[in-house]
Structures are given as C-alpha cells and as structure tokens.
Design a protein around this ligand. Structure first.
Ligand SMILES: Nc1ncnc2c1ncn2[C@@H]1O[C@H](COP(=O)(O)OP(=O)(O)O)[C@@H](O)[C@H]1O
Ligand SMILES: [Mg+2]
Length: 221
C-alpha cells in the first residue's frame, strides 16, 4: 500500500521569452509508508517543483496527488501535515534555537511553556541541549541543519520533504550528517521524500531512488 501517490502529474513553466520548461510529464510516483525515497536529477530538472506540488505550494497543471488515499487537490498546505526542509534559511534568525524547534508545536496550539519543554527534550536527543538559548546564526552550518531537522520532526509530520538538505555544507560534514539524518528519520518511521543531485547521498539514505529526467521518473534502485 502506498502512502503517497502521484498519478499523471503534469507541470510546465513558460518563461518570459515564451520558452517552455516541461518539469513533469504524466509523472507517476508511489511512496510506501515508512520509506525514504530519493529523487535525483540535475539542477533545473524540476525536483524542487515536484516537492512544492506535494507540499501544496504549487498546483499541478494536471494529474492527482493522493496521501493515505485522500486526493490532496483541495487540501491547503497547512492542513496536509507535511514538513518541508530546505537547504538554506530553514530557520528563523530572530528566534533562538529552542524557539525555532518549539515553533511548530506553538503553531499546533500547544502552550508555549509545554512546547519549549518538548523542544528541549528534542534538542537533548540531537545533542544540541547546550545551544538552546543561542541565536541560530551563532551555530555552525551542520548544527543549523540539525536544528532544522529537529524542528521538522517534533511536529510528527505525516510526510517529510527534504530539498537538498546538505548542499550548503562541506563534503565531510555532508557524509556525517546523511548517516545521522537517516538514522533519526528511521527511528521516527516518518515517510520521507529526499531530493538531491548527489547520488552517493541518495544511495546512502534512501531505500528507493529515481532519476527525474524530462518530466518522468526512471527507477534507479
Ligand atoms: N515559479 C516559476 N516560474 C517559472 N519558472 C520556474 C518557476 N519555478 C521554477 N521554474 C523553472 O523551472 C525549472 C526547474 O526548477 P526547479 O524545480 O527549481 O528545479 P531543481 O530543483 O531540479 O533545480 C528551472 O528552470 C526554473 O527556472
Ligand atoms: Mg531545487
């Protein structure tokens, strides 16, 4: 049984010169629950657009997206229960680490004190406990991405969407974080779609991988 299903999704952008970019061409994707699935593809192939359509930030031109059997067409992003994590500016610079992680829980209606208590527990799990009251811009790039993952996971999303989560980091840190991230995601069991142009990273993290090429997904493993 697939948790996330894309059926015949189409998306074309027309640029100012009238040129067309065909990013999704009757694209199908089935993501089983509890899996990490990777989408590979060069820059400009439409990976981010695909995630935005799943998140509800961009409508498909045609086709359908289902989650747990429900057609998402009429479900706004904030009611999908999905978490998105991007490569840069994933965090709020004006908030400290603790309030960045607590943010999603406060949004869900939890009292601030309760949200902060939970966020502190989450930070302890991530080994970031001692940074709780620091401004996020004081942290290293790797620490910032870990805070971003903690913030995404704490809300217990139904689906985690990772858009090139490590591309701002150096190679050594990328390798370390991809192992840590896959373990943490596996521990939560959250179904994840990872978008990256790094095949080694995709193979290390995902049970299934596809290449996005001319609007279609080719199975790689
Ligand atoms: N809102 C938009 N309007 C017009 N063109 C867009 C828009 N968003 C993305 N594009 C174009 O679509 C192509 C794919 O973008 P994107 O999904 O960001 O690819 P990737 O994430 O694989 O690099 C790019 O050429 C980009 O310029
Ligand atoms: Mg992108």
């Amino acid at each position: 049984m697939s948790l996330l299903e894309l059926r015949g999704v189409c998306k074309t952008y027309v640029d100012a010169q009238g040129g067309q970019a065909l990013l999704a061409d009757r694209l199908d994707l089935l993501v089983p629950g509890g899996r990490i699935v990777a989408i590979l593809g060069p820059s400009g192939s439409g990976k981010s657009t695909l995630l935005k359509m799943v998140a509800g930030l961009e409508p498909p031109d045609a086709g359908s997206i289902y989650f747990a059997g429900q057609d998402l067409a009429a479900v706004p992003p904030e009611r999908r229960g999905f978490a998105l994590m991007f490569q840069d500016f994933a965090l709020f610079p004006h908030l400290d680490v603790l309030d960045n992680v607590a943010f999603g829980l406060v949004e869900q209606g939890l009292r601030r004190a309760v949200a902060r208590e939970r966020a502190l527990q989450m930070l302890a799990v991530f080994g970031l406990h001692s940074h709780a009251r620091q401004k996020v811009w004081r942290l290293s790039g790797g620490e910032q991405q870990r805070v971003a993952l903690a913030r995404a996971l704490i809300t217990q999303p139904r689906l985690l969407l990772l858009d090139e989560p490590f591309s701002a980091l150096d190679a050594e840190l990328r390798t370390r974080l991809r192992d840590e991230f896959s373990q943490r995601i596996a521990a939560t069991g959250i179904t994840t779609v990872l978008v990256t142009h790094d095949e080694a990273e995709a193979r290390a993290m995902a049970q299934q991988g596809f290449r996005l090429l001319q609007g279609r997904l080719l199975p790689l493993w």
